[in-house]
Structure formats: C-alpha cells, structure tokens
Write a protein that binds this ligand. Structure first.
Ligand code: IPM
Ligand code: MG
Length: 367
C-alpha cells in the first residue's frame, strides 16, 4: 500500500510563500518517482495569519499541526514598521513561533552549517580556512533556557525601571538534549563540542554535570568543552574542527546565525525542530521583507528543510541526499540568485523560479 504522509504547510510571511511553492515541487516530483503520497495542507501562520485570521497562530493551524505527520514552515515576521501594527503579544515571534515550539515540544533544533567544497566560494572565509568544506551539525536546545525562563518587569520603589529574565533548566531538559547530541555524534565523527559558559553561569555548571553522566553511556564519543565566546571565534578561524556542537537555546540562536555568516548567507541554513512526537522544518532565516514577492530569494533553505523532513520524519534518507546533491549541482554549475551572489566571474544569477527549475531538472535525473 502506498505510504501517505500528511504535511501541514505554513508558508509564513515575506519570502515564505514563494520559496515554499518551490519546495513543494520537490515533494511532487518524489511522489511521481516513488510509491509515496504527500498530502500537503496549507495553513495560516505568522503576521499574515494575524491580518487574515486575527491571530498569528490560529486554532485551525494548531489543529492541523496536531494531526499532521510533519510540518513545513516558512519564515515569519515583517519589517519593523509593519510589526508595529500588530499587538506585541500577537507578533509572530511571540505569538506564533515560540508557542508552536512549546506546544509541539520540539526541544531539539538541528541546524546544519554545511558548505561542500563546490560551494566554498560563498564563504567570506579564506580558501585555506574552508579547506575541503564545512560540515557542522549545530544542535540547539529549543524550548527552554533564557528564551522560556521567568520574565518580570516593573519599577523599583525608587521608580527605576527594571527587567528580570531567567535562564532556567532542570536536569531532565538538559539530559534529553544531550542524549540527542550524543546520538548524532555516534552517527557522525564521534566528536562532540559542548558549548557552555560555566565560568560564569550556574546553568552551565549543571549542564556540564549532566553531560558527564550522559557521556558514560557513550564511551566512544570524544567530548570537547568550549566556552561559548571562544566558540564564536573558533567558528571563524577554524570551522572544520567542529562536527557536532550542542548548546543552550540563546547560545544556539546566536551561534547558528554566525554559522550562516561563515557559509556566506543565512539563506543557506535550513533546520529541523524535533520533539518526541512531532517535528517541524523551517529555514533559520527571517522573511526578508525587502525582497519579498520579487522572485529573487534562493529556495535552498526551504528545499533543504524538505530534505531534512524526508530524512528525519519519513526515513527517506537516500531521497534526502539526492535533493542536497541536486541543489549543490546547480550551484556548482555556476548558477545562483542575487540574494546570495553578486554575479560575474562565471556566476549567472537566476530568479527563484528559474533556480528551482534547474534543481528540478537535476533531481529528476538523479532520482
Ligand atoms: C531563529 C529565530 C527565532 C529565534 C526568532 C524569529 C524568534 O531567530 O529561529 O533562530 O530567536 O529562535
Ligand atoms: Mg535566530
């Protein structure tokens, strides 16, 4: 019997819809070539959902996410000026994205920072630093830490405004993300960089204690401890030393954007957000309102998110690899888009659609 998967498609804001359309073409093609059916259902999410439904995470979307086998989500958010038109609590980050992460319990965020040798020209780093390419899996804890701790604001008795924002974890939250990181290391090079700030934060002290306990179950994995500030430097100076990195939510937010920086663009950063029962897939970047609707954005991060979905939710590892290969071959043939490249020097700039057309041709030949 044909395997059928229901996918909730939350195209989001800005460039979201135009790159999502291209990513769905990949699923269509795989359906034609394999005995599988993807039942893709659109749902409103983000600022656009606020304007159409009065909520940035409407109930119909919640219900669809609850029943879907996987969720494909585009970027969300608007320009600063447009955001101001939405009440603070309904703005897409606070009103939709963070509640979704919590609701779906997607505590493990996989952010590949990956640049094969053939795409090394995208990196702002020197050739000798990129070497044979960058291939890091950054694992970010996604539903705890500084993002989700207690928050308070007010005025002191003297009338001075203050805020208090706390970094909270219990040992179980720490253990579950570390287990994910060790398991991922076992599948890769068995080297795990533990990123922390235990010289200042007691949350990192507990994190590292739990790590010592978990590490006992993974004697083959070499753990390298690195302070988060040092890790930021090492990512620039010697990114190829890293294989799997694991860290707290806020650290992961910052270092994963730096990951996009060393690749040359956040547009090269898809991601997977995994929980025990649910997973959703999204680009790590924003909705790029400045180029939205112009058919300029590269669909790599959205198509890459589909590749992660095929691999991690549907067990279609070889098809996922083929999707990566198809996208890389298009870049390696000298094609790009204006959000990623300036053009010239043998690089031909294409529109979103044209770029995706090339990916589809390459994929069709490889599948
Ligand atoms: C990310 C984004 C989000 C985050 C924003 C949009 C709330 O920057 O996924 O990295 O901070 O987690
Ligand atoms: Mg971020």
């Amino acid at each position: 019997m044909t395997q059928t998967y229901t996918i909730a498609v939350l195209a989001g804001d800005g460039i979201g819809p135009e790159i999502t359309v291209q990513a769905l073409r990949v699923l269509d093609l795989i359906e034609q070539k394999r005995d599988v059916k993807f039942n893709c259902i659109d749902a409103p999410f983000g600022a656009s959902a606020y304007f159409s439904h009065g909520k940035s995470f409407p109930d119909v979307t919640k219900e669809l996410c609850d029943s879907a086998d996987a969720i494909l989500k585009g970027p969300i958010g608007l320009s600063h000026e447009e955001s101001e038109k939405i009440p603070v609590e309904e703005r897409p980050e606070r009103g939709a994205l963070l509640p979704m992460r919590r609701r779906l319990n997607t505590y493990a965020n996989f952010r590949p920072i990956s640049l094969p040798a053939g795409m090394a020209h995208f990196s702002p780093l020197k050739k000798e630093v990129v070497g044979d390419g960058i291939d890091i899996m950054l694992i970010r804890e996604l539903i705890g830490g500084l993002y989700f701790g207690g928050k308070e604001s007010g005025k002191t008795d003297e009338g001075v405004r203050f805020v208090k924002e706390t970094l909270e974890y219990d040992e179980n939250q720490i253990r579950q993300i570390l287990v994910v990181a060790f398991n991922e290391s076992m599948k890769r090079k068995k080297v795990l960089h533990n990123i922390h700030k235990s010289n200042v934060l007691i949350s990192s002290v507990l994190w590292n204690e739990v790590l010592e306990e978990v590490a006992k179950d993974y004697p083959e994995v070499t753990v390298i401890h690195m302070l988060v500030d040092a890790a930021a430097t090492h990512l620039c100076l010697n990114p190829t030393q890293f294989d799997v990195m694991v860290m707290e939510n806020m650290f992961g937010d910052i270092l994963s954007d730096q990951g996009g920086g060393i690749l040359g663009s956040l547009g090269l950063m898809p991601s997977a957000c995994m929980g025990p029962d649910k997973a959703y897939y999204e680009p790590s970047h924003g909705s790029a309102p400045d180029i939205a609707g112009k058919n300029l954005a590269n669909p790599y991060s959205m198509i890459g998110s589909v590749a992660l979905m095929l691999d991690m939710s549907f067990g279609m590892e070889s098809e996922a690899k083929t999707v990566w290969q198809a996208m890389q071959s298009v870049f390696e043939s000298g094609f790009s888009t204006s959000d990623l490249s300036k053009g010239g020097e043998g690089i031909q700039l294409l529109s979103t659609t044209e770029f995706a057309n090339k990916v589809m041709v390459a994929l069709e030949a490889l599948l």
